[in-house]
Design a protein around this ligand. Structure first.
Ligand SMILES: [Zn+2]
Length: 297
């Protein structure tokens, strides 16, 4: 009975972190469309936050668990994270994602035709389709990678509850909750907010509804309550997995930023003065700076 109560509490903690991801999509309820300038800045902010969290949050944490010596497991995790992004990218290149995006763009094609653009119509329609597929691929890739990378973070939450019920914890809802668990739940929740924004950005570009963006953001973190419960139930096994898990989450995020976020920012900013570099750099700096208090409290 007590075990079940404990598992429920750990699940709820994981669920809180997942819901926090949805908060990241909320700004889009207040602004219908961002200018290119703002979009470049937003990609920059999301990149700055994700890289900072990866290097100074996850990698740092992974090293702490590696306890001296060469952190073989964590480096293995980093490489596995990079491999995950590379392989997913290739696989998605081979998959025809066109069917999902077709509807909207059939409309576009009809519009072009009624404009009387005659022979240009096919070309324009093709271009629209390629754009939709590129966007959709990016969306699936970002959503997929962030969903997978959430699992080890859930494991971290679960492990942090290892000493649940022992003396010296904070009294919450009648449980004696370890301080570490409180910090970890808050840290992962905060870290999830910008990730929710990062997912919402491509969805916004594709014209999806605000609630779908919130739903996708929360979905990407659903592995967290699941990972937390599994890790709590098998805590000594999970603890051994953590250096690899942290490395994996960090490797996947940094590589995703380098291969998707930054190129997308540069592409969006191509027509801006100075190619949008000022906005990108300002966004990156804002992202990094905003995470400093979170990491060093
Ligand atoms: Zn994360």
């Amino acid at each position: 009975m007590e075990l079940i109560e404990n598992l429920v509490l750990v699940f709820v903690a994981g669920l809180v972190t997942a819901l926090a991801t949805g908060i990241g999509a909320l700004p889009f309820f207040f602004v219908d469309e961002f200018s290119d300038r703002w979009n470049v800045g937003l990609w920059g902010i999301a990149s700055g936050i994700m890289v900072t969290v990866s290097l100074f949050g996850l990698v740092d944490e992974g090293l702490a668990y590696a306890s001296g010596g060469f952190p073989t497991l964590m480096v293995g995790g980093l490489l596995a994270g990079v491999a995950l992004v590379t392989v997913s990218d290739r696989v998605l290149d081979g998959v025809d994602l066109g069917d999902v995006g077709h509807h909207d763009h059939d409309h576009d094609a009809t519009d072009v035709q009624t404009d009387g653009a005659g022979h240009d119509h096919d070309e324009v329609a093709l271009e629209a389709k390629a754009f939709a597929e590129g966007d959709l691929k990016k969306l699936v890739l970002i959503l997929g990678i962030l969903t997978v990378h959430s699992f080890p973070e859930g494991v971290a939450v679960g492990v942090s509850f290892a000493e649940l019920g022992l003396d010296g914890g904070l009294s919450i809802l009648g449980f004696s909750v370890p301080l570490l668990a409180v910090f970890m739940t808050i840290a992962i929740s905060i870290h999830n907010v910008p990730e929710g924004t990062a997912i919402a950005i491509p969805m916004q570009a594709m014209g999806l509804s605000n609630w779908r963006m919130v739903g996708a953001a929360v979905f990407s973190s659903l592995p967290q309550p699941i990972g937390a419960v599994i890790a709590f139930a098998f805590v000594s096994w999970a603890e051994a997995f953590l250096p690899f898990g942290f490395g994996f989450a960090a490797g996947a995020m940094v590589y995703l930023v380098a291969t998707e976020f930054i190129p997308e920012a540069l592409e969006t900013g191509a027509d801006l003065p100075n190619r949008g570099y000022p906005q990108l750099l300002a966004g990156l700096a804002a992202g990094v700076i905003s995470m400093i208090p979170v990491l060093y409290v």
